[in-house]
Design a protein around this ligand. Structure first.
Ligand SMILES: NC(=O)c1ccc[n+]([C@@H]2O[C@H](COP(=O)([O-])OP(=O)(O)OC[C@H]3O[C@@H](n4cnc5c(N)ncnc54)[C@H](OP(=O)(O)O)[C@@H]3O)[C@@H](O)[C@H]2O)c1
Length: 270
């Protein structure tokens, strides 16, 4: 099918032959996923709330859709063989997924892959609770599905430090640890999963090492040439306790290969 640059329903083929729809195909995870699928010769349709940028020459279709408002969804799913749901609405994660599930069911989509986060069932952070509810919804939807939980991406962890670059010191939540994973490796795994049969919940994916939040902040600051005192912030509450207990970690699934130091080095080189 010729790439389309609008939100009208493409006169699509049967779902079995159609493209893979990547919701959030413009995001941190979606972009490398789209690149990976295209490199493998898989036809792709990107979903975004915005029209395609004129300088975006990726050989894929484009569907304009706002999942929160529910606008453009039927056209976006029409004729697709599978969906990888990478779009996220932090406050309405389960509602948005329920819309995708309904539309997928009506369009006869054969496989829905959902990216979740390690520890959504252990850390009562509101966003995580929403993602856990979304997982439950998918598991009981009757649709063929796959769920992959990943740990925090390297760039998210690094952003915690760089966001503080204008402060005279850097704050870090005391006792928190992270196991950051390279986003392109998660994208690679999702591409593998969507090409396969629906597999239910698959093993979690974590980065190669567990670090203290302090180490990660110090390493990031060093890599950007900033010298700041790092101050531990003791956070109260159940969510912070769950993080301190390591609810966000998957040390038994340290399948990512790229280390945080390698990520920082490649960023500096860029
Ligand atoms: N970041 C991490 O460390 C991490 C770790 C594990 C799992 N995850 C999960 O991975 C997924 C992707 O995360 P990310 O970091 O790539 O997020 P991101 O960079 O913030 O991208 C979010 C995407 O969602 C789309 N989106 C937002 N609201 C939308 C709406 N109402 N309708 C349609 N599309 C909408 C955006 O597209 P437009 O702006 O183009 O509309 C954007 O492409 C999320 O489910 C997240 O929970 C993230």
């Amino acid at each position: 099918m010729a790439p389309s640059n609008d939100s009208t329903a493409p006169a699509g083929p049967a779902p079995g032959d159609g493209p893979v729809l990547v919701t959030g195909g413009t995001g941190t995870l979606g972009r490398p996923l789209v690149a990976e699928l295209l490199a493998d010769g898989v036809p792709v349709r990107v979903m975004s709330r915005r029209p395609r940028r004129p300088d975006d020459d990726r050989p894929c279709e484009w569907a304009v859709c706002d999942l929160t408002k529910g606008v453009g969804l039927a056209a976006a799913v029409s004729g697709v063989r599978a969906i990888v749901h990478c779009a996220t609405d932090p406050w309405r994660e389960a509602m948005v997924l329920s819309r995708v599930v309904e539309a997928a069911r009506e369009a006869g989509v054969g496989h829905l892959v959902y990216i979740s986060i390690v520890g959504v069932d252990r850390v009562p952070f509101p966003y995580y609770k929403g993602k856990f509810a979304a997982e439950r919804l998918l598991e009981t939807s009757g649709l063929p599905y796959t769920i992959l939980r990943a740990t925090q991406f390297h760039n998210l962890v690094a952003a915690m430090a760089t966001a503080q670059r204008r402060l005279p010191f850097a704050l870090t939540p005391s006792g928190f640890r992270f196991q950051p994973v390279e986003v392109t490796e998660v994208a690679h795994r999702l591409a593998e999963l969507v090409r396969g049969e629906a597999a239910g919940r698959v093993p979690d994916m974590g980065g190669p090492r567990v670090h203290t939040a302090r180490e990660l902040i110090e390493e990031t600051l060093r890599s950007t040439g900033l010298s700041r005192r790092v101050v531990g912030l003791p956070l109260p509450g159940r969510t912070a306790r769950a993080f301190r207990r390591g609810g966000n970690l998957a040390p038994d699934h340290a399948t990512g290969k790229v280390t945080f130091a390698e990520f920082l080095a490649s960023r500096t080189a860029d």
